[in-house]
Design a protein around this ligand. Structure first.
Ligand SMILES: [Zn+2]
Length: 119
C-alpha cells in the first residue's frame, strides 16, 4: 500500500460551487490553485475524506466514508481524477496531473488568503 503511481500525482481542489456548475477537471489545473498536493492514493483518500467532512461539518466518528475510501484509493491508483462534493457545494476534486504538466514544482504554492493571484 501507499505506493507512488509512477509519473503522476493528484492536485486537490475545492470549488465553492455545486458540482453541476464546477469547472471541467482539465480547466481546474490552469484556473485554480491547488490547495493540496497528493502524492499517493492513500493521501488522496485521506484528503477527500477530511475535506468532505469539513464541508459537512461532521466528525470522523459521524462519517467514516469506508465504502468511498476503497473506491477513491482504486481510482487514484489507476490514475483517475476523482470529483465529489455536496449537492449545493462545495465541489471537491483530486485531479490527476502528469508530471510534465505540473506547475507545483516550479511555482511555490502561495497560501490562499482570499485574494486571487493574477494570471
Ligand atoms: Zn503537482
Amino acid at each position: 500500500m501507499g505506493q507512488h503511481t509512477n509519473g503522476i500525482h493528484h492536485h486537490g481542489y475545492v470549488e465553492d460551487t455545486p458540482l453541476n456548475q464546477a469547472l471541467p477537471a482539465h480547466e481546474r489545473l490552469t484556473k485554480l490553485d491547488a490547495v493540496e498536493i497528493l502524492h499517493s492514493p492513500d493521501e488522496v483518500a485521506q484528503w477527500l475524506a477530511s475535506t468532505l467532512r469539513a464541508a459537512m461539518g461532521r466528525s470522523e466518528e459521524e462519517v467514516s466514508f469506508d465504502d468511498e475510501w476503497d473506491q477513491w484509493v482504486k481510482f487514484a491508483q489507476s490514475g483517475e481524477t476523482i470529483t465529489t462534493g455536496l449537492s449545493h457545494g462545495p465541489t471537491i476534486s483530486a485531479v490527476v496531473v502528469p508530471e510534465a504538466e505540473c506547475r507545483c514544482t516550479s511555482t511555490p504554492l502561495v497560501p490562499v488568503g482570499g485574494k486571487k493571484r493574477g494570471r
